[in-house]
Design a protein around this ligand. Structure first.
Ligand code: NAP
Length: 411
């Protein structure tokens, strides 16, 4: 069935039935290191994940697959069918960063993976770890989980150069059919936002909020300006909350009208904020935000801004989730200048792995990892990125992971 890889003989497959993941004690999990610093951080993360799984009596059976430069050497292709097939078949995968090859081939391997596997939500928890230098005064107030739609919006890739035949045809069509003038030297991009994609994203965010005892879901949009795309995102978001989760959700208006502004136990407040306001709100009223659902472009901007509040790229985990399928990866890229130097911070990759364990339902293992990472950093054992901001004992990628494993074993 596979061309150049062979699944491990041990371990069992994760299954997905009736909207639920069924995870065995010893799941087979495909992973690839990817490019650049992926070779440093992925092996480091795997050691920590193995220790966390063992601590709760489980075992991950890793299945090595290939993407990026490694895949090119083996298959003559940066993203072989084998890899996509393995992720589809085994459902949950750990991913290292991929360099986007310049010229030829795919537009971006990362975008291709998300599209082919229909990983429609980019999910990023953003929380503070003690000891990490932060540019804000009270980083411990940050505890967001962002759900960014990742198949639509101006990122859908429907774009035409100002001088293309297509752009000319579109400009002519608008003039003729709608009497709308667009300058002759304007490039054209299309911003599709659908009810289907919005509702499945917001549905995932609300379900997460319910399952994890979160207090609110905020819909972030520019509906005041873009009424039928961003405004519709907000309206469809409220619709899903009301129609599918009515017993769990109340709107912010209802909170004040019916409950005097006091959030009743067990209810999640659904609110919405205009995107530009939201950028200042996360700084000035940090504690009022919890789960946040956004269209693609707003999500891209806000997630990096929010990640910066708690220490930035080296520590920010992420994931790409579809229905019963998830690929877990740090926010950062392959940072080629540091590749193979045992230098960079593996925290983001390790915490992406912790997020993966949470997705498997191994919450305790995930918590152990977070605690062990926090213990390590707050005891002053740090990689270069944190060291240059706050000093401490400078260690390499591998030594940092060793310290995390040692700390984890004490918990
Ligand atoms: P990057 O790889 O994220 O690196 C930018 C800078 O962030 C680094 O130079 C470094 O800062 C810091 N950094 C990143 N990871 C770190 C870590 N683990 N520990 C400490 N510091 C870290 O972004 P880029 O240089 O723009 O992109 C490089 C390649 O990665 C590109 O081909 C891009 O397309 C790709 N990329 C892939 C993904 C993905 O696979 N999901 C995501 C983003 C980018 P200092 O130089 O200040 O030390």
């Amino acid at each position: 069935m596979y061309q150049k890889i062979r699944p491990p003989e041990e371990g069992e497959k994760i299954r997905y039935e009736d909207g639920k993941l069924l995870v065995p004690r010893n799941p087979i999990i495909p992973y690839f290191e990817g490019d650049g610093i992926g070779k440093d951080v992925v092996p480091a993360a795997i050691r920590v994940l193995d220790a966390a799984a063992e601590a709760i009596g489980k075992e991950i059976v890793w299945f090595k697959v290939y993407a990026g430069e490694d895949a090119y050497k083996l298959y003559g292709n940066y993203l072989p069918e084998d890899t996509l097939k393995a992720i589809l078949e085994y459902r949950v995968a750990l991913k290292g960063p991929l360099t986007t090859p310049v010229g030829g081939g795919y537009r971006s391997l990362n975008v291709t993976i998300r599209q082919v596997l229909d990983l429609y939500a980019n999910v990023r928890p953003i929380y503070y770890l003690k000891g990490v230098p932060s540019p804000v005064k009270n980083p411990e107030k940050v505890n967001f989980v962002l759900f960014r739609e990742s198949t639509e919006d101006v990122y859908a890739g429907i774009e035409f150069s100002y001088k293309s035949e297509e752009a000319k045809k579109i400009r002519d069509f608008f003039k003729k059919e709608f009497g709308i003038s667009i300058r002759d030297d304007a490039g054209i991009g299309v911003k599709p936002i659908s009810e289907f994609a919005t509702k499945r994203l917001v549905r995932m965010a609300i379900k997460y909020a319910i399952e994890n005892g979160r207090s609110s879901v905020t819909l972030v949009h520019k509906g005041n300006i873009m009424k039928y795309t961003e405004g519709a995102f907000r309206d469809w978001g409220y619709e899903v909350a009301k129609e599918e989760f009515g017993e769990y959700c109340i709107t912010e208006d209802e909170l004040y009208e019916n409950y005097g502004g006091r959030q009743p136990k067990g209810k999640i407040v659904i609110k919405d904020r205009i995107a530009d306001n939201m950028f200042q709100q996360i700084l000035t009223r940090t504690e009022e935000y919890d789960v946040i659902a956004l269209p693609n472009l707003n999500g891209d901007y806000l997630s990096d801004a929010a990640a910066a509040m708690v220490g930035g790229l080296g520590v920010a985990p992420g994931s790409n989730i579809g229905d019963g399928i998830g690929v877990f990866e740090p926010i950062h890229g392959s940072a080629p200048k540091y590749a193979g130097q045992n230098k960079v911070n593996p925290t983001a990759q390790i915490l992406s792995g912790a997020l993966m364990l949470e997705y498997l339902g191994w919450k305790k293992a995930s918590e152990l990892i977070k605690k062990a990472v926090e213990m390590t950093i707050s005891s002053g054992i740090v990689t270069y990125d944190i060291h240059r901001l706050s000093g401490g004992k400078l260690v390499g990628t591998k030594e940092f992971a060793d310290a995390v494993v040692d700390n984890l074993k004490t918990l």
